[in-house]
Design a protein. Sequence first.
Length: 529
Amino acid sequence: MAEHVVLIGGKWRAAKAVSTFQAVNPDTNEPLPDTYPVSAWDDCDAALEAAAEAADILRRTDPERIALFLERFADRLDARKNELVEQAHLETALPRSPRLADVELPRTTGQLRQAAAAAREGSWALPTIDTKMNIRSMLAPIGPVAVFGPNNFPFAFNGAAGGDFAAAIAAGNPVIAKGHPSHPGTSRMLAEEALSAVAQTGLPAATVQMVYRIKPDSGLRLASDPRMGAIAFTGSRSAGVALKGAADKVGKPIYLEMSSVNPVLILPGALAERGAKVAEEFSGSCLIGGGQFCTNPGLVLLIAGDATERFIAAAKAAFDAATPPALLSADVARSLAESVKTLRKSGAQLVTDSDVATPAGRHPNTLLRVTGEQFLADPEKLQTEAFGASSLLVVARDAGEAARAIDCLEGNLTGCIYSDSGGADEELYAQLAPRLRLRVGRLLNDKMPTGVAVSPGMNHGGPFPATGHPGFTAVGIPAALRRFGALHSYDNVRSERLPAPLRDANPNGRMWRLIDGEWTRASCNAVRG
């Protein structure tokens, strides 16, 4: 049995541990053999001290070197693909293929390479120059960033390799990764490759650090420490809100991804035109990966009618036919059971078979329904997130009741509207879409929300409680980088003292800069001329 060490200050060293833990294989519910430390505050303190020193060096580091690190790191992950996939499968029970090997790991290395391109090109920093008043500004590195990774994406959102990591590094900041206890071995392997890439490219040794697990009070202390630049967190609402409270007390930026039921509105014309197809798409989206996606369609709003009942019957058949998969952990299964219990106590009726026996660590695929009137009577409880293969169908009496239900929705990452392709739903769409638009970060038409493309136009964010602030995205480059920048302004500062992006000449010829109100790649002299 191996007892693993933490990565602090560029070295793997024994933790100042308060206890230890083991990961659990979700397929067997048996503990895996390796032991990992739960770090005391001393480890966090040492990581912060090292990160502060690294941040000072990174502020003066050529973006090209940072880009090379991100690319070298991606190459190293590709080279270790088989081993990484096997470890992640062991710790999460997520399928090796296509999920881990063909989708999530390539997405992770793709994010790293996109972040490298953004760091090298530089436009993400929004260099702005007013030549008449000689006032210039740009986003600059904010300082050490702590990244709290979630349980459901062992690669793509991992604190030591995922999207928040890539964005923070590309913006010129060191990262302290807080691994998730569901997949510590995977996190260790990612951090090993990151440290090797740091050494190969000559970045400060503490550019990447990692602890596996910390006590809640250490997390709060970390979020409020004066040496911290910003925090990125993906996880439960309760933990996220607690961290936000600690960070807000001292004015530290914190970017949260927490709770979302991702409402899907299916209009009558769409059901009449292609109801069976929509039911198939919904069921596939909700059941994939055991429903353990932050964009899982957890609430479906329909308007009463025969086509709606046929849709519900088709969805029920698909849910009942699918074998419930192993969930990420026993805690996830318990939380899902509690959420379904809350929904049923609030009036939701079970649609799917209730007598399905499931082994420990699993939960029956669950479809529930309420009337629009019931939903309006208790919208808070009936928006309880059931993280798994579960969804609540809200059947409104008419369009007016559907509109009132939308107005009661909390903030969500996504919202989707299915409508008739021939235009039969246009009037209803025009009535309901503006309401839904205010409740979601990303509005979709005629597609389920589970896919989150790494696109410059993507918004993986939304109003509270989906996130802590509706103006930022965790996915989408270059926008994701801007969370980890501080706006630096220079007034009448001599040219040779300015950062390169704010001098008259464009430092690389590719960077877009706002010069006297015009976005351009030209030099200041060319714009003035």
